[in-house]
Design a protein around this ligand. Structure first.
Ligand SMILES: Nc1nc2c(ncn2[C@@H]2O[C@H](COP(=O)(O)OP(=O)(O)OP(=O)(O)O)[C@@H](O)[C@H]2O)c(=O)[nH]1
Ligand SMILES: [Mg+2]
Length: 419
């Protein structure tokens, strides 16, 4: 492991694993105990009801309603289970440790997510780090190995400008000192992180969260099929779980099934969806209605789903501009974010999309999706360097919890994980 010089890293991970295992067992026992108590209470309640059968109807009603309350199950989303104590666990635990987490601060949720991220970037890694390490072996870097690295970075969709930047810095370093294979990877990680962090730093906000006391409007834009609606569903869950009053506007009025798809996500995350079912409804009119509702309900975050494609003559950018205009007019003090959703598996196409949307749609950030599957995560670097877009969230899966705020350290570690 490159994060600590100590040989105790796997021992540290083992301790974290044992602690999580213990905590999970305790939780299970707690649940079991709770269930037993509930049954006991129910039994008690039934006995009581039996005894009170002859009493007035009013009394009976009270009893049955309290019984109903006891039986009502909260709507829950499946929690991840602790997996094996394997390489994935050790790696994930160490990435958390490297960010200053203590053993007792690690959660199964975080381990689960990092494991997913690492697995998701496996393809990117296979044609990159593994090959690079094979080429480098234990020997110091040479100008020739820099040429190989250049090819590999370009192939991983990192983009020409980011690649040039990284190679130049490495070349400078090589002129000054001998750089071994492992040190080379470490330096590479640092350089890549610098590139991704620059637009984030420039934005003045490390992690994008809704500002309290204001209406925050987040527009999800992007070409068709990249994952806008799915991402919006996951964001709605994340937001409502974090206690922000959330509302969804179904402003993709082009695709017939879009509203239904959103309603399913809305139900899962317990967030209302404002829509207009009539054919060819005006997206800006839906946003107009949604803003009215949002104001009435004191909403913190309004999430707006937009179309990825329109009837041939309509221009996607014009439509987005119209939506923006309505928001600016109705709620001039709203905090508006235009977030471009990009499918990581589309490689350089994603960069082209970012460039064309940035020109016309006044973007403020990007969300990278589909980092599971056959993703090519390098596009994140190209988008940061060439379009100056801060990456705000990343998605790795179709589940409601498969979205997290972007963390450049975790991303680069997963992309260049050395095993
Ligand atoms: N594996 C994987 N699939 C995803 C992810 N995000 C979205 N998808 C899938 O990608 C497909 C398209 O997702 P949508 O959310 O409908 O995409 P969209 O951008 O809203 O598409 P349009 O509304 O047609 O423009 C669906 O099958 C999603 O389940 C992800 O992170 N991982
Ligand atoms: Mg959609």
């Amino acid at each position: 492991m490159t994060y600590t010089n100590s040989d105790n890293s796997s021992e540290w991970a083992a301790q974290a694993y044992a602690l999580l295992k213990k905590r999970q067992q305790e939780q299970k026992q707690e649940l079991l105990k709770h269930e037993e108590q509930k049954q006991e209470l129910l039994k008690h309640e039934e006995q009581k009801q039996e005894l009170l059968k002859h009493e007035e109807q009013k009394q009976e009603l009270i009893n049955s309603s309290s019984k109903k309350n006891l039986q009502r199950q909260p709507k829950t989303i499946a929690e991840p289970e602790l997996g094996e104590f394997d390489d994935n666990f050790t790696w994930s635990a160490m990435v958390l440790a490297a960010q200053g987490k203590k053993i007792n601060q690690i959660s199964i949720d975080e381990i689960d997510w990092l494991t997913k991220l690492r697995r998701g970037l496996e393809e990117t890694r296979k044609g990159f780090v593994t090959e690079l390490l094979d080429k480098l072996g234990d020997d110091p870097l040479t100008p020739e190995s820099l040429d190989d690295l250049e090819t590999l970075l370009i192939r991983a969709d990192v983009g020409i400008y980011s690649t040039d930047k990284v190679i130049d810095s490495l070349r400078k370093k090589l002129n000054e000192e001998v750089v071994g294979g492992e040190a080379g990877i470490k330096f590479l990680k640092k350089e890549l992180k610098l590139i991704i962090d620059k637009p984030i730093k420039n934005s003045g906000t490390d992690i994008l969260v809704p500002q309290k006391g204001k209406l925050n409007v987040w527009l999800l834009v992007g070409v068709n099929g990249v994952g806008k609606t799915t991402t919006l569903g996951k964001l709605a869950y994340l937001s409502s779980r974090s206690n922000y009053k959330t509302l969804i506007a179904a402003a993709d009025t082009f695709r017939a099934a879009a509203v239904e798809q959103l309603k399913v996500w809305g139900e899962r995350s317990n967030v209302d969806v404002i829509s207009n079912q009539s054919k060819n409804a005006d997206p800006a009119a839906v946003v107009f209605d949604a803003i009215n509702s949002a104001k009435k309900r004191n909403v913190d975050l309004l999430l707006v789903d937009t179309a990825g494609r329109l009837q041939t003559k309509n221009n996607l950018m014009d439509e987005l501009a119209k939506i923006k205009k309505i928001i600016d007019k109705k709620v001039p003090d709203a905090i508006v974010e235009s977030l471009l959703v990009l499918d990581a598996s589309q490689g350089q196409n994603g960069l082209k999309q970012a460039q064309s949307f940035a020109k016309s749609a006044n973007l403020s950030g990007a969300i990278i999706t589909k980092l599971d599957g056959t993703s090519r995560g390098g596009v994140s670097l190209a988008v940061s360097e060439e379009v100056n877009l801060p990456i705000r969230f990343i998605g790795a899966g179709e589940g409601i919890k498969d979205l997290r705020p972007f963390n450049s350290f975790e991303f680069v570690e997963a992309m260049l994980a050395d095993k």
